[in-house]
Design a protein around this ligand. Structure first.
Ligand SMILES: Cc1cc2nc3c(=O)[nH]c(=O)nc-3n(C[C@H](O)[C@H](O)[C@H](O)COP(=O)(O)OP(=O)(O)OC[C@H]3O[C@@H](n4cnc5c(N)ncnc54)[C@H](O)[C@@H]3O)c2cc1C
Length: 421
């Protein structure tokens, strides 16, 4: 959000300075050094329907580096893997009977055609899915999928979450329930952030990594002051693109108005084990797990999309576990997380031998996305800048989208279309 905003401002002729507290750019979409190669810290894919994101990538000259791959979707139930990647496999999927399947197909079609999401906000996701798909399909198909995306949090979200997922995913398929096409940029998101940084530098902008903004306040003679590393700097305008709790911590009270402060936003956190192996673990991009004994919430076979030459011939598999952002597990040492995940790894990949594993990494993030609970658009605190030189853009302002980079780019584009300067 910050780099896209900075790039757009640079293009308009403004001289920008970007502050990033982490040592490297990219936030949640940043990269990680896995040893023989560098790839995204968390798994990221681009959908063919991500038109705003793809538009930006083309605009910054990365259109030619987009790669697309047909992928498979799997289900893990009763200690077996099932591919549900095309109509025939789906019709054969033994966990669902024919009626379940018809109801599931109806839910996907119906959901993809809904445009008025506001009504869905009042309905818990489980109620909506059970009503459309039936209890049996819900338990065997939707619940594992919700767990894979949200962990135990899934019971608290509204139907908007799954509607927006269906909408986004439906257009990733050639036709309903045929094979999915998913994409990435060669070199991963590192390539994207490096290109944005280059363009910002070319427009005389500055990028300061490893610098935490500690305070933003009004300057006596107009504009704003930013305080960091014991110094103060003056700027004409400031765009804040971090989460709301950090806004509350660093920005002077008179700069913004936050409605309904008694309703803090709950964020979802994630612990993500990354296995670098000499052989593939699954043939699927994503495996939804219908087995509550497994301690992680999904399996992401990234190398089924990303060409092996990107990852020095090794296979990269992510094992995410989504949890509330205040879950104590997020603070546990890596060894404890490895210990907890070990039984699931043994059950799901019984043929995996120690010598097949090059390395194991634990990545974590406390603020992955705001939880779209019931009536989210009415209870989410509205941030309004109360100073003509101060602007706030962040993912808590997404009312109908799950957090993803297409929604990020669209949010920035719409902000500029509404003519801020
Ligand atoms: C496991 C996982 C999988 C995902 N998969 C996908 C996917 O497949 N496709 C997709 O499109 N999206 C995906 N996403 C979502 C995507 O990463 C986010 O939508 C995107 O990163 C949000 O960008 P942002 O700029 O809003 O927030 P962030 O990435 O959180 O950036 C906020 C930045 O602000 C910085 N910051 C905070 N406070 C300060 C301060 N005081 N001073 C200076 N800097 C500060 C932070 O360090 C951070 O870099 C995924 C995310 C995760 C975690």
């Amino acid at each position: 959000m910050g780099l896209t905003t900075a790039y757009r401002l640079s293009k308009q002729g403004h001289q920008v300075t970007v502050f990033e507290s982490a040592p490297q750019l990219g936030g949640l979409a940043t990269h990680h050094d896995y040893g023989p190669f560098v790839w995204d810290r968390f798994y990221h894919v681009i959908l063919p329907s991500d038109q705003h994101l793809i538009g930006l990538l083309r605009e910054i000259g990365l259109g030619e580096q987009l790669r697309w791959q047909k992928t498979l979707t799997g289900f893990y139930a009763n200690r077996k893997y099932y591919s549900v990647s095309n109509t025939i496999e789906f019709l054969r999927f033994p966990a669902l009977n024919l009626l379940d399947k018809v109801r599931l197909a109806f839910t996907l079609l119906y959901g993809s055609r809904i445009n008025n999401w506001r009504k869905l906000e009042q309905i818990p996701v489980e109620d909506w899915l059970v009503r459309l798909s039936g209890r049996s399909t819900y338990e065997k198909f939707w619940e594992p999928l919700l767990r894979a995306k949200l962990g135990e949090y899934y019971q608290r979200v509204s139907a908007v979450f799954i509607w927006s997922y269906i909408k986004r995913l439906f257009s990733a398929r050639d036709s309903s329930l045929s094979k999915e096409q998913l994409g990435y940029v060669q070199g991963g998101y590192k390539t994207v952030f490096e290109r944005l940084a280059t363009l910002i530098h070319q427009a005389n902008g500055n990028i300061r990594t490893g610098v935490t903004v500690e305070y933003i306040g009004p300057a006596p003679n107009g504009g704003l002051l930013i305080e960091h590393s014991g110094t103060k700097e003056h700027f004409d305008k400031v765009f804040f693109t971090g989460p709301v709790n950090i806004l509350q911590r660093v920005a002077a009270r008179e700069l913004f108005h936050l409605s309904k402060q008694d309703n803090p936003i709950d964020y979802l956190g994630v612990i993500c084990m990354v296995l670098i192996t000499r052989k593939p673990l699954v043939p699927f991009y994503i495996v939804n797990i219908a087995d509550q004994q497994i301690p992680f919430t999904g399996v992401i076979g990234m190398s089924n999309i990303v060409a092996l030459e990107e990852t020095a011939g090794f296979h990269i598999t992510y094992l995410p576990k989504y949890i509330p952002s205040d879950d104590p597990l997020l603070q546990q040492p890596n060894e404890e997380i490895k210990r907890q995940f070990a039984s699931g790894i043994r059950s799901m990949f019984p043929d995996l031998k120690e010598e097949d594993v090059l390395s194991v990494h634990i990545n974590r993030a406390t603020k992955v996305q705001p939880m779209q609970v019931l009536n989210y658009s009415q209870i989410v605190p509205q941030v309004t800048a109360a100073n003509k030189d101060f602007f706030v853009l962040n993912t808590s302002q997404f009312l109908r989208d799950n957090s993803n980079n297409n929604a990020v780019v669209r949010h920035v584009t719409e902000f500029f279309e509404h003519g801020f300067l």
